[in-house]
Every structure is written in C-alpha cells, then in structure tokens.
Design a protein around this ligand. Sequence first.
Ligand SMILES: NC(=O)c1ccc[n+]([C@@H]2O[C@H](COP(=O)([O-])OP(=O)(O)OC[C@H]3O[C@@H](n4cnc5c(N)ncnc54)[C@H](OP(=O)(O)O)[C@@H]3O)[C@@H](O)[C@H]2O)c1
Length: 394
Amino acid sequence: MQSLTILGATGSIGRSTLDVVARHPDRYRVFALAAQRRDDALYEQCLRHAPRYAALADEPAARRLADRLATAGLDTEVLGGPSALAELAAHEEVDTVMAAIVGAAGLASTIAAARAGKRILLANKESLVMAGEVFLRACREGGATVLPIDSEHNAVFQCLPSAGRAGCGCPGVRRIVLTASGGPFRRASFEQMGDATPEQACAHPKWSMGRKISVDSATMMNKGLELIEAFHLFGVAASRLEVLVHPQSIVHSLVEYEDGSVLAQMGNPDMRTPIAQALAHPDRIDSGVTPLDLVAIGRLEFEAPDAQRFPCLRLAREALAAGGAAPCILNAANEIAVAAFLERAIRFTDIAAVTEAVLHAVGERRAGATIDEVFAIDAEARALARDRLGRCPA
Ligand SMILES: NC(=O)c1ccc[n+]([C@@H]2O[C@H](COP(=O)([O-])OP(=O)(O)OC[C@H]3O[C@@H](n4cnc5c(N)ncnc54)[C@H](OP(=O)(O)O)[C@@H]3O)[C@@H](O)[C@H]2O)c1
C-alpha cells in the first residue's frame, strides 16, 4: 500500500491522479490533498477520498474548508499556508508525492519531498527548469527518486535502459526526440497569433490541461521548458535533444540509439497513462484510458518545428545553451507574461517579446547555488518582466 500526497490535487493532473488512484484502492491510500485556494473543489475531493490531511496555501480558504469538513463530520485535518504543503510533502508517513502544482509555486514543496527522500512523480517541470542542479542535489542527498509525468519524458523514460533513466548520460543513445502537438496555432501566421484570445490559446486540439500549460503549448514555450527538463532528467547534451511536431499526439517521444534503432512510446493523449505508469513502476496497472486504435487514427504525421513563428522555442534553446541562471529567468518572465496575457493585459505575441527582453536585460548570471538564491533570481526576473509589461503596446 503506497501512501500518497497530491500537491495540486484540484488541477488537471491532480484530478487525473485521483481518477487512477480510485481504481486501485488495494494499492494506494490518499494521505494528503493540497492546492492553492479552491476550497470547494478540495472539499468534494475530501468527501470522496477521505484523506488524513488537506492543505490550502491560502489561509482563509483553508479555514473555510476546515469548517465545512467539520460540519460534514469528516476527520480530515486541514492545514493552511504554503509551509503546510511542504510539510505534507515531507511527512514521514508518505511514500509518494505527486508534484502537480503549476509554476514556480511548486518548487518549495517539491524540494521538500526531495530532501525527505520521497518517490516524486514530477509533473511540475518548472522545478527542474528553475533549479535543476539544486533540485537534483536535494534528490541525491535525500535519497529521492524522480519519475517523470510529462507525457514526453515519461515516454523517454520508458524507452531508455535503466542507466539512462538515472540521468547518467544515456549510454548508446544518439538522440532523444520530444514530440509536440504544435498546439492550437500550428497553422496560424505570426500576425494571426497577435490577435489570439486566451480562449483560443487555451483550446488545445489534443490535450485537456490547465490554463498556464495550455498557453505554453500554444507558444511552444512548453516544449522549450521540456527540453530543459529533459537535459536535467536524462543527463544528455542539449545538442542531442530535438523537437518533432506530431499533430496526432499518439507518439509521445522517441529515443534513437547508435545502431539506428528508434524506440517510441505510443498511446492515446490522456495523462492517466503516464500517471499510472509512474504510480505503479515497475508494475503496470489499469489507467482507465481507452485502448489505442491505430486503424481508426489511420495516419501519423510529423513535421519540423518552426522557430520563426514560435520564438519561445528558440528562447528556451538559448537559455539552455547559456546555462547558469538563464532557464530560471526564462521561466519567471514567461510566467508573468502568460498571466498578463490570460488577464488580457498583453497580446499573445508579447509573451515571447517580454521573455526575450528580460532574458537579455539580465544577461549572464551564475545559477542559484541554494534554493534561496534561486528564489532571489526568480523574484528579480519577475520584477523586470512586470516592468516590461507596461511597455507592451495595448
Ligand atoms: N495538465 C497536463 O496535462 C499536464 C501535462 C504535463 C505536465 N503538466 C504540468 O503539471 C503541472 C500542473 O499542471 P495542471 O495543468 O494540472 O495545472 P492546473 O490545472 O492549473 O492546476 C494547478 C494546481 O496547482 C495549484 N496551485 C496553483 N498555485 C498554487 C500555489 N501558489 N500554491 C499551492 N498550489 C497551487 C492549484 O490549486 P487551486 O485549484 O486551488 O488554484 C491546482 O491544484 C504544471 O507544472 C504543468 O506544466 C501538466
């Protein structure tokens, strides 16, 4: 019986995780559920899964949740404040932590899980992008294991021999190819994208996801962040990481070996597959995902990514090549710009412009050696990005 804390329980990944877990009550016990402020959603999840603890980063929301659960007669203990999430990630009774908070907000609790030696199911790619070295060192020192949840990295994980999975350079591997759906603007011109609304950007053709990652998919920054994530997870040079657009989202990524063999992992585009794979590894369990019907799909297409129309992909490559603090700065500026776009304060194409301006304004900077240094760099880049937002044409 694995005891599980789900960080970001009310989000897209959190809900999919609970769906898989509920299919296997003999294997998984929900120990804690945590989110930011949506107490209504967390209340329903507590009624359904009866966790020992629930936590909300927002304290007034945590108090509302505690009152409602007490009235309902549930003995789930409610904690409030950001430190409560880290506490539940590191709790001694927890074996496995699903790290599915969106953005930089997920770093502190994910690091807490790493230091406490948990089995970490890592959806929060931003932790690795912001603090790759610091996070991996915390995992090594704490004895934590990381299982990737991003469908691409989970696919690569499944196609690699165990030595590669441990991030030691992937012996015998020539290339790792991450597939990308191309998002909702795969065929749009740069000018058309300038007029895109948040609703259009979030209408992903294949995946149902939270709003931030949906916008990242539309700009292709998501694929850029995933290149940085793959660099840290698998320990391969940036020059051996490639992106391939595959609109059907059936092939989730590929590993090419020195002998010419190419291993790919396929499946319907449903996050319950990588979640079930990581939960059960090395076993296999039912995820509830519909079996893949290749006859019905008929054809699988592939094309090269277009870095002209999708400058975020180029920016992420530049940040990866520059190293140091550049990925952390890229991530911070992108988060501020995406939030501003979702609030209709800037245009879709300004997301890349703001991010590029901040990256260049900061210039070369050593990576944060501690978590506090990482947060300081993140805060500085956010302030610069907010300043840049004011200079975007309306
Ligand atoms: N969705 C996918 O298919 C997918 C695929 C691959 C990777 N990922 C990665 O998984 C992560 C989650 O994505 P998602 O699509 O599930 O996001 P989402 O649907 O927007 O959910 C985000 C979750 O994070 C919580 N949260 C946000 N800010 C927080 C804070 N400051 N403190 C504590 N909790 C906070 C939210 O709580 P409230 O509900 O209370 O606000 C919610 O539970 C992201 O890093 C994303 O890149 C997602």
